[in-house]
Design a protein around this ligand. Structure first.
Ligand code: 0L1
Ligand code: MG
Length: 286
């Protein structure tokens, strides 16, 4: 799949730049930079930790998105490229499991791409879980505010099945909304299926997915689980990013959010998402 990534001119070295980022010291002694550093260290050392909000209870959503931006800026400084956006907590299954009812946005980098057939490097991760998603690749830039599901779909070049591997830096995947926003929505890896549909050629609300582990179906959902229609999730992302002065670039990959609850993956396990039209996507734990 040929995908163009055009974030550099918009974002420079980080998704949201550095100019407006606060360098405040909180009463708890935390800063945006120190929170980003703690999360990146947890990822690099495979060590889960308690929520940042336990120590920094005043961490609000705006500041959490600045922590997320600082974290991404560090990944970019280390050579990763931003290639798209992922939504989190867009389905009731995910919201109920995590106890959080607000969707959120986060970023995808090329370091998160898991090529088809490459096993999930479980030894490098804390407690990986896998969830099926409907994925868009944009043919045009998409900039809010005022984006509707229809205008969002007009910007889509192709639709795919996907599996996201999430790996929260917080113990037992227990966090508040600001924690998970700061943690870039538990991002770890993702794989996109090879089947591509034109947006007009598929009814995404009706598109069904069976999720199986080692041949046993453990969950199922249709695209309607994602905000009623995955295009609503795409519109939500464009409008939410616009509030922070950002847009989705042409060529972006957009993960619209887990359709079902995520399942843990152990070494040797095979997880398959079988979609009605979008084909099968398979991952194996290394
Ligand atoms: O797709 C998703 O809903 C990801 C949510 C990220 C938060 C999590 O479940 O750890
Ligand atoms: Mg996800």
């Amino acid at each position: 799949m040929a995908i163009n990534y055009r974030y550099r001119h918009q974002f420079g070295n980080s998704p949201e730049g550095t100019s407006h980022r606060m360098s405040m010291d909180t009463t708890a002694g935390w800063t945006i930079e120190s929170a980003a550093e703690v999360l990146l260290t947890a990822e690099a050392t495979r060590s889960d930790r308690h929520p940042i909000t336990d120590d920094w209870p005043d961490l609000d959503l705006d500041t959490a998105y600045q922590v997320q931006a600082a974290l991404l800026a560090r990944k970019v400084a280390q050579g990763e490229r931003i290639i798209g956006v992922k939504l989190g907590l867009t389905s009731r299954a995910k919201q109920q499991r995590m106890g959080i009812s607000s969707p959120l946005t986060a970023w995808l980098t090329d370091g998160m791409v898991l090529e088809a057939g490459v096993p999930i490097p479980t030894a490098e991760l804390i407690h990986p879980r896998v969830e099926p998603e409907i994925v868009f690749v944009l043919g045009e830039k998409l900039q809010g505010p005022g984006i509707t599901a229809a205008t969002a779909m007009a910007a889509v070049r192709s639709v795919h099945a996907g599996l996201e591997v999430i790996d929260s830096r917080f113990t037992d995947f227990k966090f508040t909304l600001p924690d998970v926003v700061a943690d870039n929505a538990s991002s770890s890896r993702f794989v996109i299926g090879s089947v591509a549909y034109q947006p007009d050629d598929i009814d995404l609300a009706q598109e069904a997915c069976l999720l199986s582990v080692d041949g046993t179906v453990v969950d199922s959902a249709t695209g309607a689980a994602v905000q009623g229609h995955p295009a609503e999730a795409l519109a939500l992302a464009a409008n939410a990013l616009a509030e922070r002065g950002l847009a989705l670039e042409a060529g972006s990959i957009v993960l619209t959010g887990g359709m079902t609850d995520a399942v843990f993956v152990e070494p040797g396990q095979q997880i398959v998402a079988e979609f009605t039209h979008l084909g099968n996507v398979t991952v194996v734990g290394a």
